[in-house]
Design a protein around this ligand. Structure first.
Ligand code: AMP
Ligand code: MN
Ligand code: MN
Ligand code: MN
Length: 283
């Protein structure tokens, strides 16, 4: 617990807390620097800032962007999450996010169609109700929760394992913006580009190394440190890559609220000596 949490979700995407509740919870935890990083949306920022005005906490603008990269040798394309932080001019990024949100809405329809052919159930109306009718905000978490409520599976995790994750029947790839363009548009908005949770994409160590190198070459600013619960060897691997590519580090809990109770707001990894936190660059 060091008072900084740069990766959190509100109910603007797949978190359970409203931006106001999130800020209040962060204050109670002693967090003084909080980034709200909803999936492909910055729509919670103004509410978070409004709430924060009453408390000793600074809100950093943020968003977790569904991006993609590929390895020329294998021609395969992989999804990756890039966190944008501390934008001074949100407009260039907002334009890209509007497109990402359209992609999200269209993908949700496709996923629900595939689910209908697997389960016989038309879930779309219930899914949209979960995001107050704003289809741009639908994530696979909302679809998984709907599958639980309809009794198709017992737990959200089972919905991913049986239907929603890559390779399963209702998986639809997110056709997001490419990695280089993501980093460029974040910089156009005068923000910092952070490679989110590099060890949580199910990539081989070789591919993680390739991704971190590509991210650094394309001008990325910082890598998110693995969570405390991840193995020491995983952390050492990332520490070595951070040093090799002279990247800064970011720390965040990836808090989602009540439906992921094992993730605690403000529970972030420790920064090693010699590592430079991206938050030290915030204006
Ligand atoms: P989306 O951006 O719509 O693809 O949804 C991604 C979100 O779904 C992530 O941010 C996680 O919160 C959740 N998620 C992704 N993969 C899994 C999984 N295998 N098990 C449980 N939750 C997952
Ligand atoms: Mn999520
Ligand atoms: Mn993520
Ligand atoms: Mn996240």
């Amino acid at each position: 617990m060091n008072g900084v949490d740069l990766h959190t979700h509100s109910n603007i995407s797949d978190g359970s807390h409203s931006p106001e509740m999130l800020v209040r919870a962060a204050v109670e935890k002693g967090i003084h620097t909080l980034a709200l990083t909803d999936h492909d949306s910055m729509d919670g920022l103004s509410l978070a800032e409004k709430t924060a005005a009453e408390f000793p906490i600074k809100i950093i603008s943020g968003v977790e962007i569904s991006s993609q990269w590929s390895r020329p040798s294998t021609k395969k394309t992989y999804g990756v999450h890039i966190i944008a932080l501390n934008m001074q001019d949100p407009e260039p990024l907002q334009q890209v996010l509007r497109q990402q949100q359209k992609t999200r809405a269209a993908r949700a329809i496709e996923i629900c169609q595939l689910l209908q052919s697997c389960t016989g159930l038309d879930l779309y109306a219930d899914v949209v109700a979960k995001v107050d009718g704003i289809a741009d905000r639908i994530t696979r978490t909302h679809i998984a929760q709907t599958l639980v409520e309809q009794g198709v599976v017992k737990r959200a995790q089972q919905a991913f394992d049986a239907y929603l994750k890559e390779g399963k029947k209702a998986y639809v790839k997110f056709e997001g913006i490419g990695l280089a363009e993501t980093i460029d548009v974040i910089h156009a908005s005068q923000g910092f580009a952070v490679l989110a949770h590099p060890t949580r994409y199910g990539l081989s160590a070789t591919n993680i190394r390739y991704l971190v190198e590509l991210f650094a070459q394309q001008g990325g600013d910082a890598v998110e440190l693995p969570q405390r619960a991840e193995p020491a060897g995983t952390r050492q691997m990332i520490d070595r890559m951070v040093t090799l590519h002279q990247l800064k580090v970011s720390i965040g809990s990836d808090f989602h609220g009540d439906h992921m109770p094992w993730i605690h707001l403000g529970n972030v990894p420790q920064v090693k000596e010699g590592q430079v936190g991206i938050w030290e660059s915030f204006v």
